[in-house]
Design a protein around this ligand. Structure first.
Ligand code: PAF
Length: 269
């Protein structure tokens, strides 16, 4: 990295937890368009998983990941061990800001502190000019924008659009957990929030939209709906002003697998 810097090269970082799919590769492509050199980090970050979550069974495929990154022409893969990232003496961490307060934050209380801490470490290790994050984890993006702004971190974050299967399901490493039956139900999440976005544009009251969407997900076969919410797209605040871009965010369970998704929505003009 120091050699690249000396040669005046710009650096893009694509932080990942591995088990790479075409969504991640689209982030690498965006990175290549925005910097001279692309670093991809692969680290399944234990501090963003609660004890009851899926850290132990999180999908891992180191050989497959390296092959995909070589084909995508990433310049460097940074794949530290847990001990390297969190040695026994590790004791400083970042507390995520107000964007972490609810939605995912309500269901995964320490998740965003773990994400903010590991991203701060990765930014310091790699010293990127830009870092690319997918809109699939929309709240994560908002939390990280706050991190970078609030702590004056010298890099720019770039948001990349969600990559979807033909049937609308957002690509996610966690889709690998879905049974055949669950996989058939899963696209209903995107279909439901897309319908909700159409209802927002038509001027339907938000409470009607979110109640209908929740019922629709249950009818489609989701076993539990954590939330369907319509928020200010920039701040994620529940208080929205007329004319401001909106975002519909949802999280729902299919058996043991929790899926999240989101979509842009525009208030009626
Ligand atoms: O989005 C992810 O895969 C992770 O949350 C990230 C940003 C790599 C931090 O561990």
């Amino acid at each position: 990295m120091a050699d690249w810097r000396r040669a005046g090269k710009t650096i893009a970082l694509v932080p990942t937890m591995g088990a790479l799919h075409p969504g991640h590769i689209s982030l690498v492509r965006q990175a290549k368009e925005n910097a001279d050199k692309v670093v991809v980090s692969i680290f399944v970050n234990p501090t963003q998983f609660a004890p009851h979550e899926d850290l132990a069974r999180y999908p891992r495929d180191e050989a497959g990941d390296l092959a995909k990154l070589s084909e995508a022409e990433a310049d460097l893969v940074w794949s530290p061990s847990v001990d390297e990232m969190y040695p026994a003496v590790f004791s400083t961490s970042v507390k995520a800001g107000s964007a972490a307060a609810d939605l995912e934050g309500a269901f995964r209380p320490h998740h965003f502190d773990g994400v903010a801490t590991v991203c701060a470490k990765l930014f310091n290790q790699v010293t990127p000019d830009v870092a690319i994050f997918g809109e699939k984890d929309y709240q994560q993006l908002a939390v990280l924008r706050q991190l970078v702004d609030d702590l004056n971190m010298p890099l720019r974050l770039i948001a990349a659009p969600t990559v979807r299967e033909k049937d609308g399901l957002a690509l996610s490493s966690r889709n690998a957990y879905l049974s055949e039956k669950e996989r058939a139900i899963a696209p209903a999440l995107y279909a439901t929030i897309s319908e909700a976005a159409a209802q927002v544009a038509a001027g339907t009251p938000f409470t009607v939209i979110t109640t209908d969407a929740t019922a629709h997900l249950a009818e489609a076969g989701f076993t539990k709906v954590d939330y369907v919410e319509i928020r200010d797209a920039a701040t994620l605040s529940a208080v929205v002003s007329p004319g401001k871009p909106l975002r519909i965010l949802a999280a729902a369970w299919l058996g043991k697998t929790r899926l999240i998704d989101n979509i842009a929505a525009a208030s009626p003009s």
